[in-house]
Design a protein around this ligand. Structure first.
Ligand code: NIG
Ligand code: FE
Length: 415
């Protein structure tokens, strides 16, 4: 019996479906990767309708047949942590970095995040939109089909709302799926320097409005020395949960404060960065099913010698995801493929673990485990064809874009 499809991808050298796990893939299971050789995928109405070997899908009549000529095919990449919407840029900080001025010192002097806050406040909404769209398009060209975007460069009602409206607009108009996070608690603005608690209360007061306008699904906070303490973060995130949001946290990025433990206590969906996380923190992430989103691009860009303990996390049974942390200060790249190289080199993750971390686990880290990150019948056809014959190749050949074609909901959005 023939079956009709819009597109048939066939002669796939290696097909990674990443399918097979109910939830995020934990610990050692991340090293088990099923590779289908000479695979094929049929797509109709934007969805996958069949997956198998090329000869198993012979009965399918497709309007368009794509001979993958032995190339690697995977799910579209999922990017679970970005600061997408911001005004200006901070190339002038490069010289300070070269002189060894620490990231948190630049922030203390009113630079860093606070300098981007200034430019974001000054940038008209339309311009912010255009700029964010540009970065989003670039992400798509690197194989990302679903991503998260945080606010956090407003630190006041008006500008945070402006940033979130921009992200929401992109969520509505852009081919790529965008998931929204409110990061009003990203830094302490100058005028609240001596009274961060009042500032946090102001951010909390925004939550009903954000909920009503559907401007964010997650709430995040930067828990760090000189920013928000573990106690402040715990209380803030608990209030966010009471207001009906799921929570995430920038935890132990620079100093080991116990952010991972706190993320586990409050039941965060993910804890992100985790460079300084303790043994107990790792254990608690595993026991409480908090996904560890690691951002090796940030450690690289900040010139840190210390890296997140991915090996210990995986051994302890934690589900690990990877992200660019795309932002204008601590990680200026949209290239998640480069992050895969860094995960191999600096986090010592295996290629099998890395592929789980940028697909299925990243999707679960932003509440999209039921929609993104795998290739399976009935799921959206979010698929990347790579200019590579095998999955080992992407974390190996660094600094360039290996994408051949990106399909989003079965549509070619980049080739
Ligand atoms: O994840 N740490 C806080 N936020 C970002 C950096 C933002 C910036 O420097 O503009 C991060 O590293
Ligand atoms: Fe971040």
């Amino acid at each position: 019996m023939t079956q009709e499809a819009d597109i048939l991808l066939y002669h796939i050298g290696q097909l990674l479906t990443m399918d097979g796990s109910e939830g995020p893939v934990k610990g050692q299971n991340m090293s088990k990767l099923d590779v289908l050789e000479d695979g094929a995928v049929a797509i109709k109405d934007g969805k996958v309708i069949a997956v198998g070997k090329t000869h198993d899908l012979k009965h399918i009549e497709a309007k368009e047949k794509i001979d993958c000529q032995g190339k690697l095919v995977t799910p579209g990449l999922v990017e679970p942590h970005t600061h997408l919407v911001f005004g200006g840029s901070r190339e002038h900080e490069m010289a300070l970095k070269q002189q060894g001025v620490p990231y948190l010192d630049i922030l203390k002097q009113g630079g860093g995040i606070l300098s981007t806050v200034q430019s974001t406040r000054e940038t008209p909404e339309e311009e912010l939109l255009e700029k964010a769209r540009f970065h989003l398009n670039r992400m798509m060209s690197y194989g990302i089909t679903t991503m998260e975007a945080k606010s956090g460069y407003g630190l006041d009602y008006e500008t945070e709302m402006k940033q979130m409206r921009v992200a929401k607009q992109l969520q509505e108009e852009h081919k790529l799926d965008v998931v929204l996070t409110f990061l009003g608690a990203h830094a302490i603005p100058e005028n609240y320097k001596d009274d961060p608690d009042t500032f946090l209360n102001e951010m909390i007061a925004m939550l009903p409005d954000i909920k009503e306008k559907n401007l964010a699904e997650f709430v995040d906070i930067f828990c760090e020395t000189g920013v928000f303490s573990v106690e402040q973060s715990r209380e803030y995130l608990q209030k966010a949960k009471e207001s009906g949001f799921e929570v995430k946290i920038h935890a132990d990025e620079i100093n080991p404060l116990g952010g991972a433990e706190m993320a586990a206590e409050v039941g965060a969906i993910s804890a992100d960065h985790l460079v300084g996380t303790s043994d107990k923190g790792i254990q608690m992430l595993a026991e409480n099913n908090v996904i560890a989103t690691l951002l090796p691009g940030t450690s690289f860009y900040l010139g840190k010698e210390k890296h997140a303990r991915a090996r210990d996390m995986i051994e302890a049974g934690v589900s690990v995801a990877l992200s660019t942390d795309f932002n204008p200060g601590s990680s200026v790249t949209e290239n998640l493929q480069f992050i895969m190289n860094l995960a191999a080199l600096n986090l010592k993750m295996t290629p099998e673990e890395i592929w789980h971390a940028v697909t299925v686990n990243a999707a679960h880290a932003i509440g999209r485990g039921d929609q993104a990150g795998i290739i399976a019948v009935g799921r959206a056809a979010d698929i990347v064809i790579w200019d590579a014959s095998n999955y080992l190749y992407i974390p190996y050949h660094y600094g360039v874009n290996h994408v051949n074609t990106v399909l989003k909901n079965g549509e070619k959005v980049f080739e």
